[in-house]
Design a binder for this molecule. Structure first.
Ligand code: SF4
Ligand code: SF4
Length: 97
């Protein structure tokens, strides 16, 4: 398992954001605290289709917004997004390396 050493010598094990479930309310708090460009706000239609900006969906078709993890490989596992989420709808994984 990958681990790092903090300045005081204590061990730090990163937990990487892997997924956000349907309980997300699209509040954007996680996006604001993340500086790694891991996730983006997207729309979900009545039929459950996820549409991002520029996908050509009419605003009328979008039922609600939710956050999508579209670049999980950029995550450094700092955990800031989990701390600010009001819905506890994120999944984080530890590295198995
Ligand atoms: S754990 Fe840190 S780097 Fe990863 S998505 Fe959350 S805020 Fe961004
Ligand atoms: S903080 Fe939680 S509820 Fe808000 S957009 Fe992020 S994952 Fe969704």
């Amino acid at each position: 398992m990958n681990s790092f050493v903090s300045r005081d010598g204590s061990r730090w094990v990163p937990e990487y954001l892997s997924q956000i479930d349907a309980n997300c309310i699209g509040c954007g708090r996680c996006f604001k605290v993340c500086w790694r460009d891991v996730m983006h706000l997207s729309g979900i239609t009545d039929s459950g289709e996820i549409v991002g900006a520029g996908d050509g969906a009419d605003d009328d078709e979008v039922e609600r917004m939710l956050m999508i993890v579209d670049h999980p490989g950029r995550c450094i596992g700092c955990g800031a997004c989990a701390r600010v989420c009001p819905k506890n709808c994120q999944f984080h994984i530890k590295s198995s390396d």
